[in-house]
Design a protein around this ligand. Structure first.
Ligand SMILES: [Zn+2]
Length: 380
């Protein structure tokens, strides 16, 4: 399913191809987040025009609304949302622990109340897989507990035992489902395990060892960027990536800003998802190679330049900073759309440039240059 194509000579960055039932994905890859079965404010055609090869959907949200019956009737999430390319779904674990009101956590599963209407639900590792089977995602994730930072060692140890136990059950259920029918097998869904362990390196190591025994199609690094200092984000993810097998894709969950992603690619990570381009875009924050701009600021009032002069997205080809600022000031919806579009385009293009640099064995130089220019102009 995954082919490692090339390794950069001077860094750990790598190029790969991930084969899924809805097409091949070139890695490293950025997956725009489509929480509710939509990349917020953008049409699928626009997401494709940005160059996105795969998107992410949230099992928790889609399970609560519209509910599995609706999606089943539509023939799965791809058909329901009219998206023909690959989809990765998370297991819902992160939202159960962060968004829902958690009622009870046990070896068996997690009982929670919906953040929408308070209705009670019980999700087991098996149920999380079943939900994703109905969604028909190309890549499914196991249910895990994402521990926030800081966390006491005792707690992390206990939590890891729970996550590992859940991973085993998820795999077992996944295999049983595949055995049940040709139709199930033909969906060719992949299952990724998630490495937890907080900032304790020995626990990360143990987590990897245990997951490798279970064998997954790919491995995600979870519990990163959950409140820890910036240097630890990269230390922990680089260390964890170094423990993972070369011939399987590595997915760093939920990260991050453009410099974070470029840094992580240099540490050997292949897949990323993040709400930042769309969420921050809806607040008027636009990303450029020279850093980010807050387009609501008065300094852009008469700025006739596009967000980024070198960008080829629709927003930059047709509109000025002054116009977009005006849209935000007057609460016109087009403003949210234009900046979201530009940001998703920017994230996808940055990763394309990373891939090009890896292919040419000059990733380290590319990274240093990118970070130098980005950090010099950024964060205003
Ligand atoms: Zn643009």
């Amino acid at each position: 399913m995954f082919r490692l194509i090339h390794k950069d000579r001077k860094s750990k960055a790598r190029l790969g191809k991930l084969k899924t039932a809805h097409g091949e994905v070139n890695t490293p890859v950025f997956m725009p987040v489509g929480t509710q079965g939509t990349v917020k404010t953008l049409t699928n055609a626009e997401v494709i025009e940005c160059g996105a090869e795969i998107i992410l959907g949230n099992a928790y949200h889609l399970y609560l609304r519209p509910g599995l019956d609706v999606i089943k009737k539509a023939g799965g999430l791809h058909k329901f949302m009219g998206w023909g390319r690959p989809i990765l779904t998370d297991s819902g674990g992160y939202q159960i622990f962060s968004l829902a009101k958690l009622r009870k956590l046990s070896d068996e599963g997690a009982e929670f109340s919906s953040h929408i209407d308070g209705s009670r639900h019980f999700i087991t590792p098996e149920k999380a897989i079943e939900i994703q089977q109905v969604l028909g995602s190309d890549i499914m994730m196991t249910l895990d507990e994402c521990v926030h930072y800081p966390a006491a060692r005792d707690y992390v140890e206990q939590s890891l035992a729970l996550t590992t136990g859940w991973a085993e059950r998820s795999k077992k259920y996944f295999l049983e489902y595949r055995e049940q029918s040709t139709e199930n097998r033909e969906k060719k869904q992949l299952l990724f395990g998630i490495v937890q362990g907080s900032t304790y390196t020995d626990l990360r190591k143990k987590a990897v060892r245990d997951l490798l025994k279970i064998e997954f199609d790919g491995y995600a690094i979870g519990g990163v960027s959950v409140g820890e200092p910036e240097n630890l984000i990269h230390e922990v993810s680089a260390y964890t990536a170094s423990l993972l097998p070369e011939d399987k894709p590595r997915y760093l969950m939920g990260l991050g800003t453009p410099p974070d992603i470029v840094e992580a690619i240099g540490n050997g990570i292949d897949m990323f998802d993040c709400v930042v381009p769309t969420r921050n875009g809806r607040n008027g924050q636009a990303f450029t190679p020279q850093g980010d701009l807050q387009l609501r600021n008065a300094e852009y009032k008469e700025d006739t330049r596009p967000i980024d002069e070198k960008c080829s997205c629709y927003a930059c080809k047709n509109h000025s900073r002054a116009y977009i600022r005006h849209l935000f000031n007057t609460e016109e919806l087009l403003g949210l759309r234009l900046v979201s579009l530009h940001n998703v385009h920017f994230y996808v293009k940055i990763i394309e440039l990373c891939r090009k640099a890896i292919r040419e064995n000059r990733f380290s130089e590319f990274k240093d240059e990118f970070l130098k220019i980005y950090n010099k102009g950024g964060l205003n």
